[in-house]
Every structure is written in C-alpha cells, then in structure tokens.
Design a protein around this ligand. Structure first.
Ligand SMILES: *[C@@H]1O[C@H](CO)[C@@H](O)[C@H](O)[C@H]1NC(C)=O
Ligand SMILES: *[C@@H]1O[C@H](CO)[C@@H](O)[C@H](O)[C@H]1NC(C)=O
Ligand SMILES: *[C@@H]1O[C@H](CO)[C@@H](O)[C@H](O)[C@H]1NC(C)=O
Length: 296
C-alpha cells in the first residue's frame, strides 16, 4: 500500500502536470462515479500521473452532497481553503476547475486564500453574478429542490435563509437590487457590492494566470445563463442583459477584472449544450489543454 502511494507520488512529480483541484456542483459530490468521478478518470487517462483532488466538504459523500445545499457558503470556502492548504501535493500551486456553483466557490477561494497559489481557474457554468430563477433542479434530489424553492418563497434574503440555504446566498434579485446588495451573505461579498472593492481580493484574483469562463449556450437550468460569463440583468429589470464589460463590477473595477481582461487573462468559452451536458470530446478539445498545459 505504502509502496503504491509512493509510486503514485513519484509519478505525479515526474509527470510534470500541474495538480488539479475540482469543486463539484449542486446535487453532486466529490466522488460520484457517474459524474465527476467519470471526468476524473478521463482526465487521469489523458494526463497520466496528474494529481487530482476533488474537494469533499464534510465527512462523507452524503454530507458533501447535503452541504452543497445547506452549509453556509463562507464556511464552505474556509473549509476548502484549509483542505487545500493541508494538501502537501498542492504546495507549489494548482489549477482549479469548478463545476456550476463550484465555479463561484473556487473564485472565492482564489480571492480569499492566496496560499498555495491557484494558477488557472476554469469556471464551468459558474454563476458569477448569481441567479434569478429556479426553473429546474436535479430530479434525483427533488426533496432538496422543493425545500429550496419553498425557502426562497419564504424570504430569500432573511438572515436565517442566507445562512442555511446555499442557493439563496447567490440569489440575485435584479428587481430589488438594493435588498440583494444589503442582504446577500455570499455573492455580494465576493463581488464587493457593499464596498468599492478590496485591494487584497483584487490582487489575489489577479494572480491567476488565466480565468476561463465557460457558458452553456442552451442552459435551461441557470437563469440567466449569461451569469456564467459575468453578465446579468440590468438593475430593476428581468429582461435586459448587461455584459461584463458594461457592468458596475467591471467599470467600478471592484475585482480587477478590467485589468485581467486587458491582459488577456479572461477567456470566454461557449459550450453549445445544456447545463454541464458537455461531451467527452468537447471537454478534451476545449478544456483539457488548460489542464495539461498545452493551451495556446
Ligand atoms: C489540516 O491539518 C491540521 C493539522 O494537521 C488539522 O488539525 C486540520 O484538521 C486539517 N484540516 C483539514 C481541513 O484537513
Ligand atoms: C464588450 O465586449 C463585447 C464583446 O467582446 C464588445 O462587442 C463590446 O463592444 C464591448 N463593450 C464595451 C462597452 O467595451
Ligand atoms: C493535452 O490535451 C490535448 C487535448 O486533449 C491533447 O491533444 C494533447 O495530446 C495533450 N497533451 C499532453 C502533453 O498531455
């Protein structure tokens, strides 16, 4: 056993691939063999010896899945930072790939926890300006979905819901922007809605070599899908969309995204499918080059 571990460790060193940290999406877990587990197998097959750490928040897979719905996000970020800091294989830096809400969670890790350093951040369907709508939810977890819908109806911005329902913490009510800005317990913090920006967060995010934003152009789960590219509805509106480069977060330079864009550190990738329903071929062609370091 020890010898096998040692062998894997040596292989990971000589393979030369930058280690990869993954954060799963809602309704999933670190290690589900039918979803993330399959992607990990494919990545390891294509990049032999690569070290992959799929984050598990909680003591087991069941807790990990539940925490994706019900554990205060700020606490989850802190746990993820500790796990990453504790993993000696990541001490020289790592790339990160967040699926769906894992995308904005890993951005928070990049902003709040600069050590060890995140190099490339791949946000695959992340909701960086939040969501406004709950049209479809993973059918396997319909009880959770109902609970969330009910609690959102009860008062998405009440302190209790903000601290206990993950999806409420990135709920962005564009019809009541001031309430969102005042009450959002996670998204408004990482997007610096209540202050003019935070130099530390900005510097930390700018340390990324690349920030890749994948949007699913046929997304029926995330409203609006443009949030996956940092777009969102105009304040007071539920139809008019404002792209990143015309949004307040960009123009007021609250996160340093303008500098990153000017430095060509932001890349916007469109995937022509529904939420997270990319094919293996699409993944290998479009995202794998960032993971194996052969991107142009
Ligand atoms: C990290 O390591 C410290 C010291 O070994 C330990 O006390 C702590 O529980 C670990 N935390 C995580 C999140 O693994
Ligand atoms: C924002 O970016 C889009 C796409 O790159 C571009 O067409 C548009 O002119 C930009 N808007 C501004 C205000 O720079
Ligand atoms: C990196 O990934 C690309 C796309 O899947 C593949 O064509 C290439 O052979 C890979 N290179 C290495 C060194 O792993």
């Amino acid at each position: 056993m020890l010898i096998a571990l040692f062998f894997i460790y040596i292989l990971a060193i000589v393979s030369g691939y930058v280690p990869l940290v993954i954060w799963h999406g809602m309704g999933d877990s670190c290690c589900n063999p039918l979803s993330i587990g399959r992607i990990i197998v494919d990545i390891k097959h294509m990049a032999p010896g690569i070290y992959v750490h799929s984050l598990q928040i909680g003591n087991d897979i069941v807790e990990d899945t539940e925490n994706g719905f019900f554990m205060e996000v700020n606490k989850q970020i802190e746990i993820a930072c500790n796990i990453i800091r504790n993993d000696t294989q990541l001490r020289n830096g790592y790339n990160a790939m967040g699926l769906s809400q894992g995308g904005q969670f890993l951005r928070a890790v990049a902003q709040r926890c600069p050590q060890p350093s995140m190099k490339i951040l791949l946000s695959v369907g992340g909701q960086h300006q939040g969501v406004f709508g709950f049209p479809r939810c993973n059918a396997d977890h319909s009880i959770f979905c109902e609970l969330i819908r009910d609690s959102i109806n009860l008062g998405v911005y009440s302190n209790f819901i903000q601290e206990h329902v993950v999806q409420a913490e990135y709920w962005h009510d564009s019809e009541n922007e001031p309430l969102y800005i005042q009450k959002s317990n996670f998204l408004a913090l990482i997007n610096h809605e209540r202050d003019v920006g935070n130099l530390q967060d900005k510097n930390n995010l700018q340390k990324l070599t690349l920030f890749i934003l994948v949007m699913f152009t046929k997304d029926t789960m995330v409203e609006p899908k443009e949030t996956e590219w940092f777009g969102f509805y105009a304040p007071g509106n539920t139809k008019k969309l404002i792209p990143l480069n015309e949004s307040a977060i960009y123009l007021e330079d609250r996160l340093g995204l303008k500098e990153m864009n000017d430095a060509k550190k932001l890349r916007f990738i469109a995937c022509p499918s529904d939420h997270l329903e990319f094919s293996n071929e699409w993944f290998m062609e479009n995202l794998m080059p960032y993971i194996n370091g052969t991107y142009q």
